[in-house]
Design a protein around this ligand. Structure first.
Ligand SMILES: [Fe+2]
Ligand SMILES: [Fe+2]
Length: 226
């Protein structure tokens, strides 16, 4: 994770590694980044499946949106499994991604719904930011790798809108505000508590139709196993 996130270990100007070593480090970063998404998709989907129950008897539009959201997250898990398989074929032996998606999902799902939705929304938002700032404009990246994250980004844009709707619905419940303090504290390891308290004080702007249209576009190339 240090390698992935610490800019001081970056591969930009001043890097003294050989070209081969730089390529290997870049591959480790890219493989790990995709692996982290594969892990996160498991608990995101677990919570979204749970949230569908709240709309079973009323909002059929909301239910349909969350069912499609869930379908896409299952598809994304398969997408990142394929990325991992391609990396395994091409890279030297010895790479291990230690985190188990189910262990992580069980730990996350043990927290309050407020906390899990806050974490999920944060992930959906930084996914978009990472794509725009670190992937889209990088001419050195593999075109296939860029496409994976381009089409993932398009669907995550829509997920972020749904996440925010669900987060606001849960956040508005009086019981939620008193029952989630311990779970909020547990978000500190993601550095999110401060960010979300700021977000609550300053409501986000409504999503414009133009922004929503820019985010649309199904990713049909990869389907999860039925
Ligand atoms: Fe996803
Ligand atoms: Fe998502």
């Amino acid at each position: 994770m240090t390698l992935l996130l610490d800019p001081s270990v970056g591969l930009g100007d001043g890097c003294t590694l050989s070209a081969d070593d730089q390529r290997l480090i870049s591959q480790i970063q890219g493989r790990t980044y995709a692996g982290i998404f594969g892990v996160a998709e498991r608990f995101v989907n677990a919570k979204i499946v749970e949230m569908q129950a709240a709309h079973v008897f009323d909002g059929q539009t909301a239910l349909e949106a969350l069912v499609r959201f869930s379908d896409e997250e299952l598809k994304h898990q398969e997408l990142f499994r394929r990325v991992e398989a391609l990396c395994e074929q091409a890279m030297p032996k010895g790479y291990v991604f230690a985190a188990d998606p189910n262990d992580v999902a069980r730990a996350v799902m043990s927290k309050s719904t407020w906390a899990v939705l806050a974490l999920t929304l944060h992930i959906e938002l930084f996914t978009q930011s990472h794509y725009r700032e670190s992937i889209d404009g990088d001419a050195m990246l593999s075109p296939l790798y860029k496409d994976v994250f381009k089409y993932h980004w398009r669907e995550e844009c829509q997920h972020a809108m749904l996440d925010e709707l669900e987060f606001r619905r849960v956040d508005a419940r009086p019981a939620t505000r008193t029952a989630t303090s311990s779970s909020r504290n547990s978000l500190n390891w993601w550095g999110l508590s401060t960010a979300f308290s700021r977000r609550r004080q300053k409501p986000t702007q409504p999503i414009s139709p133009r922004s929503a249209a820019a985010c649309s576009g199904p990713m049909q190339q990869v389907r999860h196993p039925r």
